[in-house]
Design a protein around this ligand. Sequence first.
Ligand SMILES: [Zn+2]
Length: 262
Amino acid sequence: MSFSFVCNICSAENRGLRLKDLDREAGRCEGCGSLVRLRSLIHLLSLHLFVEALAIGQWPENHEILGYGISDWPKFSKYLGPKITYTNTQFDLDVAAAATVLDITKPPRAWFKTADFVICTEVLEHVVPPAQAAFDGLLALLKPGGRLIFSVPYRFKPTIEHFPDLHEWSIQTDEAGSRTVINTARNGDVQTFDNIRFHGGGKQVLEMRVFGLADLKASLRAAGFVNIQIAGLLYKPFGIRFAHNWSLPMAARRPLRARASR
Ligand SMILES: [Zn+2]
């Protein structure tokens, strides 16, 4: 049975999908091409900013609301830009020479406490270890009370760090096209890893880790985040439906006041 939903990113009405066809990386909107994961992130953002489930088209225009994207879906700029002040950033200049460059593990001091929100989807599993630097960097960007809206693939087991001693490293490709990570650890040991995984479309990015939910929450808390939330499995009006209860988008807040012990 088909159902209809309104895309909360582009406001297109979608009638061609069945609810059971929707999942994290599926349910493409006929208007903007967004997937369920992206609509879920914007749904979390709307609930944070306006305490209401609004499509971007219904948001009041308020350019005092300032947010960053960390290597975001490029179309977020098109839809968020008319409503709020939103800057997408890239880690890698190769991806987009005109983009604002930001290394989330080392955000510039001038950016500290400037953001009402940061969106960071499918990035933290690719950050060079230790990943904690990225969680700390995300917190640093947020104003007190600001919200991190993010997603990573996670499971209900401990985090697996594929390359815990990564230091001086490169990816080598042999004649058959298979790729290997060669790492010289800080103690001088040379390590070779095959069986490595890449994600992404245009530019492939190396999977550094698979998060476990408990470790993920611990990293958020260690950075200073509070109010860790996990997105709902279903919000039919916006075509949001996850088939599984893992790897759901999440949100967390920077506290209004710093903890006394820090
Ligand atoms: Zn759409």
